[in-house]
Design a protein around this ligand. Structure first.
Ligand code: DX5
Ligand code: ZN
Length: 219
């Protein structure tokens, strides 16, 4: 397995009083992961299209927008208009998943589906042909700084087998509790797009951490 590693720091752990400075500290990142929470799908509330638009202005990194909201189909256009390059919606929140994924792709963004830790891979078997990436949650969504759920590794491995069978070019993303300590394990299991919030921003030198993460996945 030799797919390119993409590191996406979650700006949920950034310092919003000094956003530009926070972004400079992660200039080595490949993308910015943007966690949108509505207080309904998850217990927490974060930010909406306005912040995505702001990030687009102050950063040249692609924006990976993770919608943790109910009825995500209502906001697809708003987030793509605001600058989302990658847009993911939860399987659990999407009744008409195929339609929503098709809309995201029609609008020119990369389309992703997210699965909560206890949601089975089989629930998206018939959606795979319409998406570009699958995001597996390795914590229950809602907050940064939680502990990685160990059976996520088994789930990544099973997903690799499923995508190899159905659509090998699909990118597997992992989100929650990934740090320098365990990034090589999730990468070796088959996740190539890796989100890390506190594991990057809460370290002394975020760019050094990102470089160390890449190095760890190389060896
Ligand atoms: C959790 C979010 C994550 C979170 C990751 O609901 O989707 O993206 O910011 O944070 P860490 O890496 O600290 O677990
Ligand atoms: Zn996320």
């Amino acid at each position: 397995m030799s797919k390119e590693l993409l590191i996406a720091p979650s700006i949920l752990s950034a310092d919003f009083a000094n956003l530009t400075a926070s972004l400079e500290k992660i200039s080595e990142a490949d993308l910015l992961h943007v966690d949108v929470m509505d207080g309904r799908f998850v217990p927490n509330i974060t930010y909406g299209p306005l912040i995505v638009k702001t990030l687009k202005k102050i950063s040249d990194k692609p924006l990976d927008v993770h919608l943790m909201i109910v009825e995500p189909e209502k906001y697809i256009d708003a987030f793509i208009d605001a600058g989302a390059d990658w847009l993911s919606i939860h399987q659990e929140a999407s009744i008409h998943l195929q339609r929503s994924l098709t809309r995201i792709k029609e609008r020119g963004a990369k389309a992703g589906v997210v699965l909560n830790p206890a949601t089975a891979l089989e629930t998206i078997e018939y959606a795979i042909e319409y998406l570009d990436y699958i995001l597996l949650m390795s914590v229950n969504p809602g907050f940064g700084g939680q502990k990685f759920i160990p059976n996520s590794l088994r789930k990544i491995e099973a997903l690799v087998k499923m995508t190899e069978r159905l659509k090998p070019e699909v990118i597997i993303e992992i989100d929650g509790g990934v740090t320098l300590d365990n990034i090589d394990i999730v990468y070796n299991a088959g996740a190539t797009m890796i989100v890390s919030g506190s594991g990057i921003f809460k370290t002394e030198n975020p760019n050094t951490t990102i470089s160390a993460m890449r190095e760890k996945c190389r060896t």
